[in-house]
Design a protein around this ligand. Structure first.
Ligand code: SAH
Length: 386
């Protein structure tokens, strides 16, 4: 590994972006390789003057065949090197206390671990691998993660596209669901079967903002998943909360999350339905509506459809808001940029013909640092309608 023999050359523009610290190299930017290379192999990039430029993980089948782990002066990529990098991730998150025991420890490509995400839920570390490179390096990375983050339990999951490489789950029996704290509230994370690593940690700060808006309000949580926004709204003094999700599992989990917080009592309703259709048809009225759909554009060509769906969904939500009500609209579609989504939302507010006021916009919680533009997938806006 110290002397990797796979050599890559890039076209000039890609050399510039890599030099600037961007971790992704797209297939069309690769000028040549000395041999095809294996998935997960370490590749060294040389610039046009034959100088070391960077080193990264090679995955010949991927649209992003090279993911940079280091650029600048040559360095030996060994256990100590990864250990330092993991410690840096840990030190960046030293601010979390006992009130918040669920947070992201390693944010993938943005923090120099391409295709590896590690989320802590209390004493369990859930590691999700999106790249074959980690499957072959597992023994080393597991020992590093244990040393740095000191979890009692470690769960490994692999993304669906890698499932044939791996049994997909390594963990302790009985560790399928873990209870953790977030800003003093308790939640369960389905660390084995749940979406992502079991919970949407990236919305933590937005949940806290919703809590601040909830006092005395009837709240509709559209795409509620396990009720995160609703539990916060309840603590914030909401008069009622309605969870709307297509998944019975998600709604059951929301019910359990309310039970985990007995001090938070609120009138609660759960609706299992397709949210797009339900929002078009309902005659209900609310004072605070949160819309947080799953990614609607996983590929660039899905973007136009996604924008249309956001428009329709949020126009419906605005119609269901009582005077003085607030809409909190979120988007996690990576291909829809923040500026575009925010502009669309402001336009829908204007088109409603009602007076409106923007309260805030936001992105990811701080434990999800986006290292580069494409990693900024989450954006949200709060708009008050007269
Ligand atoms: N707001 C949540 C995360 C939402 S994740 C939180 O803060 O934790 C997206 C959710 O949308 C998932 O729970 C999924 O089951 C649900 N979903 C996906 N498609 C849907 C549809 N057509 N109608 C309603 N819910 C849907």
């Amino acid at each position: 590994m110290a002397n990797p023999s796979l050599k890559i050359r890039l076209f000039p523009r890609a050399e510039t972006t890599v030099r600037a610290g961007h971790p992704w190299v797209f297939a069309e930017s690769v000028k040549s390789t000395n041999r095809p290379g294996e998935p997960g192999e370490l590749a060294v990039v040389y610039d046009r003057r034959d100088r070391f430029l960077a080193v990264g993980f090679w995955d010949p089948e991927s649209p992003i065949p090279l993911r940079i782990i280091h650029s600048g002066a040559p360095e030996k990529i060994d256990r100590g090197w990864w250990l330092d990098r993991a410690r840096a991730c840990r030190d960046r998150r030293s601010g979390f206390g006992p009130d918040t025991t669920g947070y992201r420890c390693i944010n993938g490509d943005s923090e120099g671990f391409p295709g590896l995400v590690a989320d802590r839920y209390d004493d369990t570390l859930v590691v999700k691998l999106y790249s074959a490179a980690w499957v072959s390096r597992w023994a080393e990375i597991e020992s590093i993660l244990r040393e740095v983050f000191e979890p009692r339990y470690l769960v490994r999951r692999v993304a669906r596209n890698l499932a044939d490489l791996d049994e997909g789950f390594v963990g302790q029996a009985g560790q399928e669901v873990v209870v953790f704290s977030e800003n003093g509230l308790r939640f369960e994370a389905a660390v084995r079967h749940g979406q992502k690593t079991g919970f949407f940690l990236d919305q933590r700060d937005n949940r806290a903002r919703v809590e601040q808006l909830a006092e005395g309000r009837d709240v509709l949580n559209v795409f509620s998943f396990s009720g995160g926004f609703s539990v916060y709204a309840a603590r914030g003094g909401a008069s009622s909360v309605t969870d709307l999700d297509i998944s019975a599992h998600a709604l059951e989990s929301a019910g359990r999350n309310f039970e985990l917080n007995p001090e938070v009592s609120v009138k609660r309703e759960a609706v299992q339905a397709d949210a797009f259709a339900w929002m078009a048809e309902t005659t209900g009225r609310w004072d605070l509506i949160v819309t947080d759909p799953p990614s609607l554009a996983k590929r660039e060509r899905e973007k136009a459809g996604a924008l249309k769906a956001y428009r329709k969904l949020n126009a419906d939500a605005i119609r269901h808001l009582r005077p003085g009500g607030v809409l909190v609209a979120a988007s996690c579609s990576a291909h829809v940029r923040a500026a575009e989504f925010l502009a669309l939302m402001r336009e829908e507010a204007r088109r409603s013909g009602r007076p409106w006021r923007e309260l805030w916009t936001s992105g990811h919680a701080a434990d999800h640092p986006p290292g580069f533009a494409e990693a900024e997938y989450l954006k949200a806006i709060a708009i008050e309608l007269g």
